[in-house]
Ligand binder design. Structure first.
Ligand code: CP
Ligand code: NVA
Length: 305
């Protein structure tokens, strides 16, 4: 495992291995044990969009594992000061892994093509694989075996939704997207997913209540992602019937949990009542970003007994 650009870079066995390592390291962390299993390893974080969770959870994970991190901002001149090829080849001389957050997905694809070190996608316009792994791990902790259960995603068919749908397909979880038709998955994504996971159960509807009827979890994300700020008002109108509120949650089974990758826009895609309710697992999801990323880094860079 040298790259995690989308979840298609992993097999289901890779995901299970990451989760097994995560479980072990998380239980050790809970009793104060932080094993330095990646001593001397260096991680570069190359971020062209803001971040709280992804940046801090990766940095904390690497610190706990005995390695170190470098945050690379605009001053390194990625994409402007020299070619992506030169940048990637040189950066690979210094670090063991690069985590990149950017706009165009192809930028991370190119980075991975030219880096000889490991590369992890820390969010692009197309995908957010580390988020989906943490979310599925959180669901495992809550419900145990997830096979045949349903995750309902209400909102924009965006980067988070695509990675979640892929992760669900890989683990045998039914995925239902409820979105206005213009914001549902496109054929290109659905075609790739069909090839990657022929047995997937991914469906789409424009009716949120139908989507959540059978769901173990109701998930949402912002209506306008980073880079789409100019569309905020239009999207607010387009998604007006897709807010996750108490009424929609009452259409889900009693034991359903609420999920959000955060940051949330309270009052838009979710009400405060829902995000602060006892069945909301948003903070656990965020916390698991760090634990699961320890699993990812260990599987990529180290050995784990
Ligand atoms: N969920 C998530 O990726 O959060 P950040 O944008 O804060 O990293
Ligand atoms: N879809 C959101 C996720 C943020 C973690 C965005 O891309 O801005």
């Amino acid at each position: 495992m040298q790259r995690l650009v989308t979840l298609a870079d992993l097999s289901t066995a890779d995901v299970e291995r990451i989760f097994a390592v995560t479980k072990d390291l998380k239980s050790k962390h809970a009793v104060g044990l932080r094993e330095p299993i990646l001593p001397g390893r260096v991680m570069a974080l190359l971020f062209e969009k803001p971040s709280l969770r992804t940046r801090v959870s990766f940095e904390a994970a690497m610190a706990h594992l005995g390695g170190s991190s470098l945050f690379l901002g605009a001053d390194v001149g990625f994409g402007s000061r020299e070619s992506v090829e030169d940048f990637s080849r040189v950066l690979s001389e210094f670090v063991d892994v690069v985590v990149m957050r950017t706009h165009a997905h192809d930028t991370v694809v190119q980075l991975a093509e030219h880096c000889s070190c490991a590369v992890i996608n820390g969010l692009t316009d197309l995908a957010h694989p580390c988020q989906a792994l943490a979310d599925l791990y959180t669901l495992r902790e809550t419900f145990g075996d997830l096979k045949g259960r349903t995750l309902a995603y209400v909102g924009d068919g965006n980067n988070v939704a695509r990675s979640l749908a892929t992760g669900c397909a890989m683990l045998g979880v039914r995925f239902v997207l409820a979105a206005p038709p213009a914001y549902q998955f496109d054929d290109a994504f659905l075609g790739r997913l069909a090839k990657q996971v022929p047995g997937r159960d991914v469906s789409m509807t424009d009716d949120p209540a139908t989507a959540v009827a059978d769901a173990m979890a109701v998930y949402t994300d912002v209506w306008a992602s980073m880079g789409q700020e100019a569309e905020t008002e239009k999207r607010r109108r387009d998604f007006a019937d897709y807010q996750v509120n108490a009424k929609l949650m009452s259409a889900a089974p009693d034991d359903a949990v609420f999920m959000h990758c955060l940051p949330a826009h309270r009052g838009d895609e979710v009400t405060s009542e829902v995000i602060d309710a006892p069945n909301s697992v948003v903070v656990a999801q965020a916390g698991n970003r760090m634990h699961v990323q320890k699993g990812i880094l260990t599987c990529m860079l180290g050995t784990h007994a």
